[in-house]
Design a protein around this ligand. Structure first.
Ligand code: FES
Ligand code: FES
Length: 147
């Protein structure tokens, strides 16, 4: 089945089983490998992408459901200076999902509180426990948005 959507700002049409998880379509059909597989069950956040600006677990999202929508992956973000400046990643495996959730949060709420961050990020697991640096990077990014 041909499925058309916008991927990282550009039109994309792929031929895939409509029930294929969006994660596999992104990784195996399109060939963008920044979005990671962790649990496959919406429990870890490693596969987080944006669909029309909403942080979404791509491992449980059928690719057919994104027809005519805007999908953004980690490759579609222009810069992540706070993550680099604060050296957030350890092994790095979870970090694209962390950044996608944090970016969606800041786009909807440029001045998040600790509670807002807890709500937005609690579904993103980090086996390396970089949570303190993730929170610091979100605050740094929010500060930089203030100009
Ligand atoms: S791989 Fe999708 S939430 Fe874990
Ligand atoms: S940096 Fe290793 S799992 Fe998060």
């Amino acid at each position: 089945m041909a499925i058309s959507f916008t991927l990282n700002g550009k039109p994309a049409t792929i031929d895939a089983d409509p029930d294929m998880p969006l994660l596999w379509a992104i990784r195996e059909v399109v060939g963008l490998h920044g979005t990671k597989f962790g649990c496959g069950a919406a429990q870890c956040g490693a596969c987080t992408v944006h669909i029309d600006g909403q942080a979404t677990r791509s491992c449980i999202t059928p690719v057919s459901s994104v027809a005519d929508q805007h999908v953004t992956t980690i490759e579609g973000l222009t810069s992540k200076p706070a993550w680099v400046d604060l050296q957030v990643p350890q092994c790095g495996y979870c970090q694209s999902g962390q950044i996608m959730s944090a970016t969606a949060l800041l786009e909807q709420n440029p001045k998040p509180t600790d509670a807002d961050i807890n709500d937005a990020m609690s579904g993103n697991i980090c086996r390396c426990a970089t949570y303190v640096r993730i929170r610091a990077a979100i605050y740094a990014a929010a500060h930089s948005l203030e100009g």
